[in-house]
Design a protein around this ligand. Structure first.
Ligand code: FMN
Length: 384
């Protein structure tokens, strides 16, 4: 039996990416601006940190995640997130994965995994269904979207509109972009496509651009860019030379070990501002009849509870490198955040900002809950 939304989730997993994009965010009528409430709740307390032009006392972001358009972004901003990332877009139109002929095919399922993933589990085959098998604290989902994108003529005006709306509220948006390479592209062409897409975002007023270098669920080679420090460095250097000096550049990377991060981070640091880790973890997913569970491929991207361990390891490795090399970049922790306790665990660890993807749709109350937690525990902290 499909899981029914028992609370105001912004995305309905029972229907497709396209349908959510067209009709969502759901429960729009229940969305009201919680920012004044959050400010009042925090009062003299808070976790102060600066993000380029602003400071906030609630360092909770939405990661690149199904915020497909201006309306979705506004909903997240009204829920009280300080910074929101617009779902990754491209220089060309790309349809999301779908089952041909069926507009209603879902792109997301719950996984039967109730233990954190270890790196050796990757590419294992798990079972996925529309029925949530676990309590909230142990929920893991996976999706197969294929990083669909509108053409720039559609997303550029949305970037402009939300940017000015957010600026008025002293909040920030991030424009997440990716290249759309063909097999035969050269490295220069790849860097050019990243850069041109970023320039389009820039000309639509985006002041912070994130390069998605690590999305496992696409058909072309952009998903594995992070595996090559040389390619990553080349792309970032190329972009930095072409973007306005005022534009900030973030990279979204994926799980790896410390030795590999050392190879990646050192050469790339001169060209980027901050690092976001981690993206989703690839797993093969079948249904009860052992058939592929989602459109696209067997390979899907996994997030939330099960990836918490890997996200923690990745951020720890990056943090150690930062300390050892006396570097000052900010580290944005992404993966598994679903409650005020998880948020605080990340702050107590090494994150400058805490990002959440899945919680932004499962638990839109999270910013208010975190503010209440900060107030109730009388937390007054300054990061950085
Ligand atoms: C449905 C879905 C869509 C996503 N889309 C993107 C994307 O377009 N670009 C990107 O960089 N990451 C994307 N991600 C990854 C998230 O930004 C985030 O790294 C991941 O979900 C881990 O955070 P969480 O455990 O809080 O969900 C997506 C994840 C999911 C589940």
């Amino acid at each position: 039996m499909p899981y029914k939304m028992s609370r105001p989730m912004r995305y309905d997993i029972n229907v497709s990416f396209e349908q959510n994009k067209k009709e969502g965010p759901y429960y729009w009528h229940q969305i009201n601006d919680k920012n004044a409430l959050i400010e009042e709740t925090l009062g003299e307390y808070g976790i102060e940190t600066d993000f380029f032009w602003y400071t906030t006392k609630l360092p909770l972001w939405v990661a690149a995640w199904p915020l497909f358009n201006e309306k979705y972004m506004q909903a997240a901003a009204m829920d009280g997130f300080s910074v929101i990332t617009r779902k990754t877009f491209r220089s060309v139109e790309r349809r999301a994965h779908r089952n041909d002929g069926s507009f209603l095919w879902h792109n997301v399922v719950y996984l039967d995994k109730d233990q954190p993933l270890e790196i050796g589990d990757m590419w294992w085959t798990l079972h996925g269904t529309l029925e949530n098998m676990h309590d909230d604290a142990h929920t893991t989902i996976t999706n197969s979207f294929g990083m669909g994108s509108d053409v720039p003529e559609v997303w550029m005006p949305q970037v402009t509109a939300i940017e000015s709306w957010m600026n008025e509220k002293k909040k920030q948006t991030i424009a997440s972009v990716v290249a759309s390479p063909a097999d035969w592209w050269t490295l220069e062409q790849l860097a050019e496509d990243y850069t041109q897409t970023a320039l389009k975002a820039e000309s639509a007023w985006a002041r912070i651009v994130e390069f998605n270098l690590s999305c496992p669920n696409v058909c072309s080679s952009e998903w594995s860019i992070y595996t090559s420090p040389e390619t990553t460095m080349f792309i970032c250097k190329y972009a930095k030379e072409h973007l306005s000096p005022d534009t900030k550049l973030l990279i979204k990377i994926w799980y790896n070990d410390k030795a590999w991060y050392k190879l990646l981070v050192e050469p790339v640091l001169p060209y980027i501002d901050w690092i976001v880790a981690i993206n989703t973890i690839p797993m093969n997913v079948v249904d009860d009849e052992e058939k592929q569970a989602l459109p696209g491929w067997l390979r899907t991207w996994t997030c939330w509870y099960a990836i918490g361990n890997l996200a923690a390891q990745a951020v720890w490795f990056l943090h150690e490198l930062r300390k050892e090399n006396n570097r000052t970049f900010k580290l944005l922790w992404c993966g598994w955040v679903m409650s005020p306790e998880a948020f605080m665990a990340h702050i107590d660890a090494w994150a400058d900002f805490v990002l959440c993807g899945t919680a932004a749709w499962f638990n839109p109350e999270l910013p208010v809950q975190v503010a209440e937690h900060i107030r109730d525990n009388k937390i007054q902290l300054k990061i950085g």
